[in-house]
Design a protein around this ligand. Structure first.
Ligand code: BES
Ligand code: MN
Ligand code: MN
Length: 462
């Protein structure tokens, strides 16, 4: 792979511009107002796969947004890499907090990205990271260095729970057959501390509704004499953690994987500065489950968080009212062996039991998925590690992430293949937040590193 640097030097402006064009399409899967844009993004991805050198690329319709599938099979005897990514993005709101419009990408330097970062919704999650694979393929095909077969499966519903991908995978096992699944939709520790993601958390996402009186009431005439659903809801939510910030749902921790002292000690070796962590978030202290470090709390431990809460009067000025209803959206991040459906049931039973007199409680499950832990003793990890060594000049650190890509465990179940998570984003890239960005250096480093993975993986598979 002697000329990837040369190819990059020659083509990097075009690589950046092509990504910018893709980022201009507001493919927000959660909001039906953008449905045509989501479809347009799928077309753009298909075109880019053909342009990069796939033999075939197609739009596969589902009951929701389409899945883009492309492939280049050079020899059935050789290994096959299946690249997964997503072309849909999170909603941009709160829009006021963006320094530039979310779908008009701009390149600006930041403290961690002195050579510039592309600011746009989806820059890092996941258009930028997905597109690295398209450009890596282009390089390998155009320079006759593709060492194995490759398949692409790029979906448009990741940010809304991948509801239709499961069916597609189950119905297309033959077509999707592969030796390894390769995903860039996670992060790494720092540009000078490369890491490979070895774990993802599972997820259970629910919505709760507490109903009191049959209509909104005057808070003077009725206050104190009837249950106020907002008062009750906040009390119920507060009861979900104890004074040590352990979750109080009975049975919640029963299946949580025990991590040995040795493994925790190993994890603690990853470079981390609590001071910088606090400074970056402008907080005077961290917070969380007693007995665990910050990095353990956000990776190997399950959590429960309110993601949104509403009810009553929230307009300008004051209105004296007791609302009839209060609502919250709650997510639970799960760790290996916790079953998301079982946890959802445990939550429902417990939450309903917390209801006081005078209210009714409804729990509606949204979506969820299982966690995943990747092996580090297989050819894929070895090949990825070697690829990072080649381009970063350092051995990457294996690190578990707190985020979720629920479909990964389903891939293993249906396709019987392992996944390797080569993420090139940083935690500070503000995914799902205003001013999401992706370092230009990171984008190009990804394009540079991926072909080495192909090369080493093919060699190790011989
Ligand atoms: N790419 C993220 C997940 C991620 C980000 C994992 C960084 C590890 C590090 C993905 O697009 C995402 O946002 N997943 C959702 C879950 C999904 C079911 C909506 C999440 O983690 O909240
Ligand atoms: Mn993503
Ligand atoms: Mn996301």
């Amino acid at each position: 792979m002697h000329d990837i640097s040369e190819y990059l030097a020659k083509n990097k402006e075009r690589f950046i511009n092509e990504l910018i064009q893709l980022l201009k399409i507001p493919s927000v899967s959660a909001d039906p107002a953008y449905s045509q844009d989501v479809i347009n993004a799928s077309e753009a991805v298909k075109a880019s796969l053909l342009e990069a050198g796939c033999d075939t690329a197609e739009i596969c319709e589902t009951n929701g947004y389409p899945i883009v599938y492309g492939e280049k099979i050079i020899n059935p005897e050789l290994p096959t890499i299946l690249v997964y990514g997503h072309y849909d993005v999170q909603p941009a709101d709160p829009i006021d907090l963006w320094n530039s419009p979310p779908f008009e990408p701009v390149i600006k330097p930041t403290a961690l990205h002195p050579e510039g970062a592309i600011f746009a919704r989806g820059a890092c999650d996941d258009k930028g990271q997905m597109y690295m694979h398209v450009k890596a393929l282009e390089f390998m095909v155009k320079t006759n260095q593709l060492p194995c077969n490759v398949k692409f499966m790029i979906e448009g519903e990741e940010e809304v729970g991948s509801e239709n991908l499961g069916t597609f995978v189950a119905e297309n096992k033959e077509k999707l057959a592969n030796d390894i699944i390769l995903i860039s939709d996670t992060g790494m520790i720092a540009n000078n501390v490369p890491s490979i993601t070895t774990g993802l958390r599972g997820l259970s996402y629910v919505e709760v509704e507490v109903t009191g009186p049959n209509r909104d009431l005057h808070s003077g005439l009725y206050g104190g004499a009837v249950a106020n659903p907002i008062n009750v809801l906040t009390k119920m939510i507060a009861a979900l953690h104890n004074e040590n910030n352990h979750i109080t749902i009975p049975g919640f921790y029963d299946k949580v994987e025990d991590i040995s002292k040795e493994e925790r000690a190993e994890m603690a070796k990853a470079p981390f500065s609590l001071e910088n962590y606090k400074k970056a978030l402008d907080i005077n202290a961290v917070y969380g489950e007693k007995g665990y470090t910050t990095n353990e709390r956000n990776s190997i431990r399950p959590t429960l968080d309110v993601n949104g809460i509403w009810g009553g009067y929230t307009g300008a000025g004051a209105k004296t009212v007791i609302a009839s209803k209060a609502f919250a959206k709650i997510s639970m991040r799960l760790v290996p062996h916790q079953d998301w459906k079982e946890i959802t049931e445990l939550f429902k039973t417990h939450f309903e039991s917390l209801a006081t007199d005078g209210v009714t409680v409804k729990v509606t499950p949204h979506h969820g998925g299982q966690g995943y832990v990747t092996p580090i003793d297989n050819n894929a990890y070895k090949a990825a590690s070697k690829a990072y060594e080649t381009t970063f000049g350092k051995t990457p650190i294996p690190q578990r992430s707190g985020g979720s890509i629920p479909i990964v465990s389903l891939f293993e179940k249906e396709l019987k293949s392992k996944t390797i998570l080569m993420g090139f984003g940083l935690d500070s890239d503000a995914i799902h937040s205003p001013n999401e960005h992706f370092g230009v250096w990171n984008y190009l480093k990804g394009i540079e590193t991926i072909p080495y993975f192909y090369q080493y993986f093919t060699k190790l598979s011989e």
